[in-house]
Unconditional design. Sequence first.
Length: 173
Amino acid sequence: MRVTDASVVNPVRRKARSLVSDLTAVGRLPNRGDQIRHAGLLFSRVFCITAGGFLLLATAAALVFTEFDLSVGDRLPREGWLFLFAFNTWHHLLHLATSTLLLVAGLRRSWAPVGALIFGAIYVVLAPAGWIDGDDAFDIFYGSTRENLVHTALAAQGVRFGWLGLQALARRQ
């Protein structure tokens, strides 16, 4: 038995034709540039949600399971965390603030690039301060070479994804 009704035989093809006709009606077919611009928004939002989510979960657990000490100065107290890193309470509070910033920015597509860029700018300031001072940044935030490497990578990713997303937003308007 052969079915000849096109809507039953190939509903995917019909949907694709409908989509193309809708896009043609507004005078704009998706091209490579549109896809790249959309990817900039997607990358900035994914960065906000994943980096913010990881930082928030790790920080919340650290604040629960480590000692709370708000000392500042040259000899900062620190505790090992996540088997590789050592942080102090100020460092955890900074991560709590920056992870909250990322998660709030990730709520809306138009907020994500700005949030990622602000996050990256914060770490653009903190990463060099950590490298210059050695074992802390501004005598407040403890950080070793491993943390400085992570902060440098976070700064680069935040600025890059934020910039890509802002370019995408600018081209949409």
